[in-house]
Design a protein around this ligand. Sequence first.
Ligand SMILES: Cc1cc2nc3c(=O)[nH]c(=O)nc-3n(C[C@H](O)[C@H](O)[C@H](O)COP(=O)(O)OP(=O)(O)OC[C@H]3O[C@@H](n4cnc5c(N)ncnc54)[C@H](O)[C@@H]3O)c2cc1C
Ligand SMILES: *[C@@H]1O[C@H](CO)[C@@H](O)[C@H](O)[C@H]1NC(C)=O
Length: 492
Amino acid sequence: MEVCSLRLSFLLFLTPVDTATTACFNTKTGDIEDGPALDPLPVFKAVERDGAVYITGDAETIKAGRRKPNFKCTSTSGDKVVVVGGGSGALGVVEGLRNSGYSGAITIISNEGYLPIDRPKLSKALLTDLAKLQWRDEDWYKSGSVEIVKEEVVAVDFASKTVSTKSGGKFAYSKLVLSTGGTPRVLPLQGFKVLGNIFTLRNVHDAKKIVDSIGEKGKKIVVIGSSFIGMEIAVATSAGNDVTVVGMEKAPLERVLGEKVGNLIRKGVESKGVKFYMSAGVDKAEPSTTDSSKVGSVLLKDGTKLDADLVILGVGVAPATEYLRDNSVVRLESDGSLKTDESFSVVGLKDVYAIGDIATYPYHGPGGSGKYVRIEHWNVAQNAGRVVAGHIINSSVEPQFFTPVFWSALGAQLRYAGNTMASGFDDVVLQGSPDEGKWVAYYASGDTVVAMASMGMDPVMAQCAQLMQLNKMPGKKAIQDGLDVLSVGPPQ
Ligand SMILES: Cc1cc2nc3c(=O)[nH]c(=O)nc-3n(C[C@H](O)[C@H](O)[C@H](O)COP(=O)(O)OP(=O)(O)OC[C@H]3O[C@@H](n4cnc5c(N)ncnc54)[C@H](O)[C@@H]3O)c2cc1C
Ligand SMILES: *[C@@H]1O[C@H](CO)[C@@H](O)[C@H](O)[C@H]1NC(C)=O
């Protein structure tokens, strides 16, 4: 594979709220080397003549400005890949397989009820329109001979290589990819399991319930949990509603971003009218005085009573692996995830892979030293899917490390590259002008910069992601001494 030498920050104007992000393409072929990206870029021959640049190429592609990947597959042979789950990881696998010319059969079994969606949009815009959310349309899967079965998987027999569904269906596989994502946690506290108008958000069904409950706006919304989903929902619902975020940490997003950066983001979100109760413990949910089947308020441990027409929980997810709980062959990790190697092959099993939110895998980014991590990012699930596709096609090819990146809509667009799970971080170097919404924070463990976050400085994020990928990220001291990471490149 060629060294990726073009990283683009671009905006996908697909929704009312832009989900600006960074992707990486091969400069010679235009192929996607690092998601999130929908299609590879078109490539044109360019010549300079008389002071002007002329491009040659297929007129239709030039007009459209984009090309569809080489996904088509009309007849399938022998092998069969079964993918359980229809999310980000599944997309990475099927696109990776077909783009590389895999001609075996591919089946996706998903219980979501519709085709794979762009899940991160749910909390950024509370979209419910499938036409806007679905990543690809039905014809596209058909064109690549990808069968989609809308069912729930209840068991896997690893000995006979068969997957069973709730309705009694049996699907044989030669390779199995598990990509079942996460199930949102709920609060085991009084009132939370029985009262109505308390929601979690993972799919379009959840988003619909929230949107219906908000109705014509003017609602009191209590968001419990001050991590990414909670913060994004607070921002997305802030216009026209009275929104309060309750968080356990001192600052929102503290576990990932540290207290200082968390408070910086809090300020921006407060400017949208969102109120915060931090370092707070939730005691119970109480029924509404007008309808005792629904929530009316949330009580905090310090006695504070927050009126609520609806409550949204953003208190984390658990790996969705219930269908393996009683399996005698596979052992789940204590958090319910599956342990894999670098190619995302499940440890102890043959021809079985696990990717995305259910995978605990050895991390080789800065500060990783092969320690096991489970990272809940869109880009990680999809890239892991591409790694698996490569491994299915040729298991001798070394799996390529990819830098985890994510983005978040928090009033302004946050970008993040790297990861701190394996190493933790003992220092944060903050640069830029937070008052102008332009800053970058470097997270260090010793002198190693293991992750970075930024707002308003996308090129810095793109550069760092690539430097981390190549193991060339400058150290903390160099950055403190004034090194501008953009001056290090372009990385080769
Ligand atoms: C609201 C929201 C916003 C997010 N925003 C961001 C963001 O901005 N940036 C970012 O990087 N990440 C974001 N994430 C996280 C990101 O979406 C996930 O990390 C990613 O989708 C994980 O991919 P996956 O394939 O592991 O799981 P998923 O995409 O969740 O897909 C899992 C699929 O498996 C199906 N499934 C589960 N169990 C079964 C079963 N037994 N049988 C059949 N099918 C089953 C599910 O219905 C689903 O289709 C967000 C997540 C949510 C919920
Ligand atoms: C598989 O990859 C290995 C290592 O790169 C290579 O030597 C081998 O030729 C490949 N096999 C096929 C069938 O392409």
